[in-house]
Write a protein of this length. Structure first.
Length: 430
């Protein structure tokens, strides 16, 4: 009897034991992938912050013309998902990843013009962004670590998605958002999805001269039928809380159900010569799809977002003074005289200038004294991990000038390298 009771007790406790068991740790490959994904999302946010802080033609910040968390800001952040990651991500031994994200400055100016008005982006607008752009592209570096305790399905999505495809990794990107803020973002996304579906349905061309919205206009009963149909559509799948801080909600409508509603709408005015029952039936062929799918986007209300936390370095003593410094190196190269093609000559000179700047930067870095008194070169000669991190760190140098000089006879490149990251990975491991 006691043995049977023990068996029952063990069976009853099994689900609790399974639930309490810690999730398996990420594999090294997953750790690297998730860190890069986090850095990529951070890059999107930094791009958005830089654009919102930029100045319009009237001298005011873009953010002053775009209500926070409103439709325009949502549209800007969703647009920035088209930014691409360039080069290889940089991975450090302390789990931090860096990724360079860039987007065409011309496309940014066009988007800002759409959101703020064409007059707001005259020649003097976005001057600070233009000063940062290199070869017409605005580039930022995102930084992140693998989010802790991601569920297996989130890890799987990150592994299977294309590199240029944003992927949901909740709670990544939502750490500073309150529960009420998440609900608010989902609600806004759902409202936006139904509004988008309404526009899509009303824009369907039923006849050569009329769309659904035109055919229902002026009839309260017809408008009510369409509204009831749209508002009764199901949400497809759970909301997605994307790492750039934008929630997504999908709403779907089966075309066959839409055709039924259109027949009911036409039955309210059977003598309307602008469309026929045959034209409604032909829609299922002309639309070339069996359902409409729209995605709504929404952001949490600003009051439900706590201030962002800076990705901190290792705990312990504060950084030394040198960690706040920035190394800068300049390289200059003349266009080669033996290359006839001017375009190729400029390219070769530009590359040479950048190589010279990088070499000078490496020399400055080698001579830098660390906390223990030795130089970076000394430490790198004895520590293989540090040496690998150092190569990665040098690759993070930012190009702040890349331009012709002396009427195009020479090319100049200027690189900058903030030293805070060096301090973080040079500290002894705890």
């Amino acid at each position: 009897m006691k043995f049977a009771c023990l068996i029952v007790l063990a069976i009853a406790m099994t689900p609790a034991l399974i639930a309490a068991a810690p999730r398996p740790a990420y594999t090294p490959a997953q750790e690297r992938l998730l860190a890069v994904r986090a850095a990529q999302a951070d890059g999107y946010r930094r791009l958005a912050d830089a654009i919102l802080a930029s100045r319009l033609a009237d001298g005011k910040a873009v953010a002053s013309a775009i209500p926070p968390a409103g439709d325009a800001e949502v549209a800007l952040r969703v647009f920035l998902r088209s930014a691409r990651m360039v080069g290889d991500p940089r991975l450090y031994s302390d789990g931090v990843a860096e990724a360079d994200i860039e987007i065409s400055l011309e496309s940014v100016a066009q988007k800002v013009g759409q959101l703020c008005g064409a007059a707001a982006v005259g020649p003097a607008a976005l001057a600070d962004l233009r000063g940062q752009a290199v070869d017409g592209f605005l580039r930022v570096s995102g930084r992140g670590r693998a989010p802790s305790d991601l569920p297996p399905d989130a890890v799987g999505r990150a592994e299977t998605a294309r590199q240029d495809e944003p992927v949901e990794m909740f709670p990544a990107g939502w750490e500073q958002v309150t529960g009420r803020g998440r609900i608010g973002a989902e609600r806004r996304a759902r409202v936006a999805a139904y509004a988008a579906m309404g526009e899509l349905v009303r824009g369907v061309q039923v006849s050569p001269t009329a769309r659904v919205g035109q055919l229902a206009a002026g009839s309260a009963a017809a408008e009510a039928l369409l509204d009831v149909f749209i508002r009764g559509l199901p949400v497809t799948g759970p909301p997605r809380l994307m790492p750039d801080g934008v929630a997504e909600v999908d709403v779907a409508a089966a075309v066959r159900d839409l055709l039924k509603v259109l027949r009911d709408v036409r039955a309210l005015a059977p003598d309307d010569a602008r469309w026929t029952d045959d034209q409604i039936d032909q829609l299922s062929v002309r639309l070339k799809t069996d359902r409409f799918l729209v995605t709504g986007h929404g952001m949490p209300p600003p009051e439900d977002v706590r201030p962002a936390e800076v990705l901190a370095g290792p705990p312990g003593s504060p950084p030394p003074d040198w960690a706040a410094e920035v190394l800068e190196a300049r390289g200059v190269a003349r266009l080669p005289d033996d290359v006839e093609d001017p375009k190729e000559a400029r390219l070769l000179a530009a590359r040479s200038a950048k190589v010279r700047a990088a070499a000078d930067l490496a020399r400055q870095l080698d001579a830098l004294k660390l906390d223990g008194g030795g130089t970076v070169r000394d430490r790198a000669s004895k520590d293989d991990t540090f040496r690998r991190d150092l190569v990665t760190f040098l690759a993070s140098a930012k190009t702040v000038k890349y331009q012709p000089m002396e009427g195009g006879k020479q090319w100049e490149a200027v690189l900058r390298l903030p030293l805070m990251r060096l301090w973080e990975f040079s500290r002894p491991k705890e």
